[in-house]
Design a protein around this ligand. Structure first.
Ligand code: LLP
Length: 424
């Protein structure tokens, strides 16, 4: 459920007419709905009510400070994968005691930051990382609370580029090595074992692989307890899918929560969740303006002012985003089949191939739906296009929460060395 609907034939985000917003902010731009973010956070919290649970929003999905501050107000923690994300989460008001630090490549400096801030947990992904964390923590006279991320060798079933829990993926510690690494962890100074961590992939549309992974993890937790480890938490990662198009029916949070309650029943652990997409995905859209139509012998290209640098998902994963006109088409309006493309000089700069849509005229505005997760965070300035701005709607107001940099700001980061400067 989200708060992007037509009212009087015009697409609104909550009470805000998106065409008016686009006039003021310019396109392309991202627009997020506060009510949708809050709603999604509450639906998940309600699904897990009665379970000891930390909802650590996966900051990589949408790291805008205003989005994080909204989720902080809802009581969410954060799952971070860099020192930068950690500092964003703190700055947005998420307490360190609700932050978990994941990722395969933490540096000593990032570890130090997490330790000094007193974060809830480090999710350790290799023996080498565990040893470095021990060294850093011991040097600071601090204890690092850790879970080891295990690779359960379960296929998540989604797109291969976002599957992370199969043997051969770079993520987690191989299943067969996990218990030995826990044994080593127990001997290391500065390390305090607190739990087990797993994450098998993203946009998962089926609870079966998740259940298989979590059952393995619960079994492991029991064996670790029997071996004397204090396993007080199970971090189940993120990965719950969302509907991107009609007919998509991912499992609802209530079914997901019930499955986790069942699998972990009697274990007496805190369950840590790292949802990203399920909170932010349908809480955002990207607005664009149609520039030209170009007829090729076998197709019509609709060229829009957003490019793959602004929304990478179609180019990276062949992902589908519904495209809706901001001015609703009449039910009997003529349709046309388009390849919707951007201005970038790459053939993968294509948002949709052979998409049937109501006829679009140059100047018409369109919304790419379900762009709130892995949208703006993945954007770049490729082709010297300024980073796409972000806007947060709340009821009938909207605020630009990341402005579009101007060209001067972009160029200021660069310098031509003196010896290259022309003197004539
Ligand atoms: N926890 C860990 C350790 C993760 O690696 C991820 C996502 C999450 C949680 C959050 O997963 P979610 O609930 O959002 O599925 N860029 C891709 C998705 C990459 C996911 C990376 N890891 C996309 O646009 O589909």
């Amino acid at each position: 459920m989200h708060h992007f609907d037509y009212r009087d034939g015009r697409l609104h985000c909550e009470e805000v007419d998106l065409a008016k917003l686009a006039d003021q902010v310019g396109t392309p731009c991202y627009v997020y709905s506060t009510a949708t973010l809050r709603r999604h956070a509450r639906v998940i919290a309600a699904a897990f009510e009665g379970q000891d649970c930390l909802i650590a929003f996966s900051v990589k999905a949408n790291s805008n400070l205003a989005v994080l501050a909204t989720l902080a107000e809802e009581g969410c923690g954060a799952d971070v994968v860099s020192g930068g994300e950690l500092q964003r989460a703190l700055r947005a008001g998420i307490p360190a005691s609700k932050i978990v630090f994941s990722g395969v490549g933490k540096t000593a400096r990032e570890m130090e930051l997490g330790l000094r801030e007193g974060i809830h947990q480090f999710n350790v992904e290799s023996a080498a990382e565990l040893r470095l964390l021990s060294y850093v923590a011991n040097g600071l006279g601090l204890q690092a609370p850790i879970a080891i991320r295990v690779n359960p060798d379960v296929a998540a079933g989604g797109h291969p580029n976002i599957s992370t829990g199969k043997k051969g993926d770079k993520f987690g510690v191989p299943w067969a090595e996990a218990e030995d690494l826990y044994a080593e962890a127990a001997t290391l100074p500065g390390i305090k074992v607190v739990g087990v961590d797993v994450h098998i992939g993203s946009q998962i549309g089926d609870l079966v692989p998740m259940r298989a992974a979590f059952e393995k993890v619960v079994g492991l937790a029991q064996r670790l307890r029997a071996a004397g480890h204090d396993i007080a938490r199970i971090d189940v990662g993120g990965g719950l899918g969302i509907p991107y198009k009609e007919g998509d029916e991912p499992p609802p949070p209530s079914a997901y929560a019930a499955m986790i309650a069942e699998v972990s029943a009697g274990l007496g652990v805190q369950v840590i969740l790292e949802p990203g997409r399920v909170i932010a995905g349908n809480a955002g859209v990207m607005l664009t303006t149609a520039l030209y139509e170009k007829a090729a012998p076998d197709r019509s290209f609709l060229i829009v002012d957003a490019g793959m640098n602004d929304l990478m998902r179609p180019a990276l994963y062949g992902a589908h985003h519904d495209i809706r006109p901001l001015k609703q088409a009449a039910p009997d309006a003529p349709e046309k089949t388009y390849d919707v493309v951007g201005p970038i000089c790459e053939s993968t700069d294509k948002f949709a191939a052979g998409r049937d849509m109501p006829v679009v005229a140059p100047g018409d505005r369109l919304a790419f739906m379900s762009a709130g997760a892995y949208g703006a965070v993945l954007s770049s300035a490729y082709n010297t296009r300024p980073l796409v701005p972000e806007v947060l709607v709340n009821g009938d107001r909207f605020d630009i929460v990341r402005r579009r940099p101007d060209l001067e700001e972009m160029l200021q980061l660069e310098q031509v060395p003196d010896w290259l400067k022309r003197t004539d």
